[in-house]
Design a protein around this ligand. Structure first.
Ligand code: KIV
Ligand code: ZN
Length: 528
């Protein structure tokens, strides 16, 4: 029978150690609520002894998120009374609280960091567990730097703290030094001895990514008997980060035939959680990052797009819908082939296009794609309309382009007094103007665009980055907006980042137009 793997999320503790990623109380609560929706088993909410703010955040998470018995709340302590008391006083409000303490076991930690003997350190750990057990039943002991520790000393420590009452033993690869085969062997040996001693104690691992092997080491540990894994969303964490929760979870489900293990994670919440963490912490997700990167499910090569359209499993092992994304994304670029473009036209029900007509439209598509990087659905409508306008002798109604918005002009004033924006956009024959103020220039710009386009969209994410180098760099803006419960992603680039911001907004609105309106009553292009 498939084994249940406990998921311990440390985004709010190890993840928050990333420089600049510190969250305020409300942001921490928002992430914690989302982690609960994701159905992690344990949330490590912080390090209460580090500051009053962190203590308070852990306490509120215990009260407001840990108020049901389907989730455990913990926080980190060093193996000293003051830290343990802090954790106890912060997590005790949860239905299921746990004290997590850490103490090194490697020679480097014992001798160089603590300047003590191994026996002394072992005794400190045992005393700390005994003290924690007087406060609450659930206590996790982490043997810091376990992967670089002398194995027999590591085991002696684990055996002693288990006898002192530890209910979970966490084996960290603190500096990301381990390699999967070796780490797996170590876990198999520990698991064997632990289960002989007391099989109710969970064996956990906590892997760092310094050599890019955090996920691989975590999976090797699962294969070799680990009951619980510690991860973070998007793999954030100290230095190169921790094992990414989404990678471990999806690897287990995709290769269930190999691992024979599962988690309780609600996979559909993975993308939401990733976006919330990335936005609140201000940490961009690498575009090619497995599972949560922008390109993780985007297929752009013509050969791949053709293969996917023939059979999805040719190039897809995980469906994007599994992690809460929309269905397969075939990005139309200059590299897309005929098959992908034809398929996109068919999906938009712009049918009735003869083969010779399609060839001309495809040529126009390639020209547009060369100048525009990515071609959107609304661009396809306009391409088709332009084609029929050029080739038909009849008077042509602008059936499609009359419904899309085009940016005509913008002016944005950025100052401390009243950041403001004026915009003019065109829709068909009509021009619309608006001027608004906002809390900042982009806020003002987007309020003005909202007025003229009349769609009540909610901005979920706004990201700006430079595509090229130097002071004339091309700025790229990526937006995620929500409209009537659906999310829309749009991008645009320009050397003027304000213009790129406006264009991305207009692209998002035009995607909504395509989705909401053009999909319903669509005149066939033959009549255009
Ligand atoms: O990396 C580490 O060893 C840790 C411990 C506190 C578990 O983060
Ligand atoms: Zn760590």
């Amino acid at each position: 029978m498939s084994k249940k793997i406990w998921l311990f999320d440390t985004t709010l503790r190890d993840g928050e150690q990333v420089p600049g990623a510190k969250l305020n109380l409300y942001e921490k609560l928002e992430v914690a609520h989302q982690l609960k929706k994701l159905q992690v088993d344990i949330i490590e909410a912080g390090f209460p002894a580090s500051s009053e703010g962190d203590f308070n955040a852990v306490k509120q998470i215990a009260q407001k998120v840990g108020n049901t018995d389907d989730i455990m709340i913990t926080a980190l302590a060093r193996a000293v009374k003051g830290d343990i008391d802090s954790v106890y006083n912060a997590v005790k409000y949860a239905e299921n609280p746990m004290i997590h303490m850490v103490l090194g076991t490697s020679d480097i930690h014992v001798e160089k960091k603590f300047s003590k003997s191994k026996d002394q350190i072992l005794q400190i750990g045992v005393d700390a567990v005994k003290y924690a057990k007087t406060l609450m039943p659930q206590v996790q002991y982490s043997t810091e730097d376990a992967s670089r520790s002398d194995f027999e000393y590591l085991w002696k420590t684990i055996e002693a703290v288990m006898k002192a009452g530890a209910t979970m033993i966490n084996v960290p690869d603190t500096v990301g030094y381990a390699v999967p085969e070796e780490f797996g062997e170590m876990i198999a040996k520990l698991n064997d001895r632990m289960k002989n001693l007391d099989d109710s104690v969970l064996l956990s691992v906590h892997c760092h990514n310094d050599l890019g092997m955090a996920t691989a080491n975590t999976l090797a540990a699962i294969k070799n008997g680990a009951d619980k894994v510690e991860c973070t969303i998007n793999g954030i964490g100290e230095r190169a980060g921790n094992a990414a929760l989404e990678e471990v979870v999806i690897a287990l489900s995709t290769r269930s035939n190999y691992f024979d293990a599962h988690t309780n994670i609600n996979k559909k919440e993975i993308m939401n959680t990733s976006r919330i963490v990335s936005t609140l912490m201000g940490l961009d997700v690498q575009v090619n990052k497995a599972i949560t990167g922008d390109n993780a499910f985007a297929h752009s090569s013509g050969i791949h797009q053709d293969g996917l359209l023939k059979s999805r499993d040719a190039y897809e092992i995980v469906s994007p819908t599994e992690v809460g994304l929309d269905d397969m994304e075939l990005v139309l670029t200059a590299r897309s082939g005929r098959h992908a473009v034809k398929n996109a036209l068919e999906k938009l029900s712009i049918g009735n296009i003869e083969n010779e007509q399609f060839e001309v439209i495809f040529e126009d598509f390639l020209k547009l794609a060369d100048t525009k990087k990515e071609v959107y659905n609304h661009d396809l409508f306009i391409l088709v309309e332009n084609f029929f306008a050029k080739t038909s002798k009849e008077a042509n109604a602008k059936i499609y382009s009359d419904q899309f918005y085009q940016l005509e002009d913008i002016q944005v004033i950025s100052n401390q007094i009243l950041p403001s924006a004026s915009v003019r956009v065109r829709k068909g024959e009509e021009s619309f103007k608006a001027a608004t103020v906002g809390s900042g220039s982009i806020d003002a710009l987007y309020s003005a665009l909202q007025q003229v386009t009349e769609f009540e969209v909610k901005l979920m994410e706004y990201k700006i980055s430079s595509v090229t180098r130097g002071k004339e760099a091309l700025g790229k803006v990526k937006l995620i907006v929500e409209f009537e419960g659906e999310t829309y992603i749009a991008k645009a680039s320009d050397t003027d980042v304000i213009k790129a911001s406006a264009l991305a907004y207009i692209n998002a609105i035009n995607s909504i137009v395509v989705d909401k309106f053009l999909s319903i009553p669509k005149p066939a292009p033959a009549t255009v």
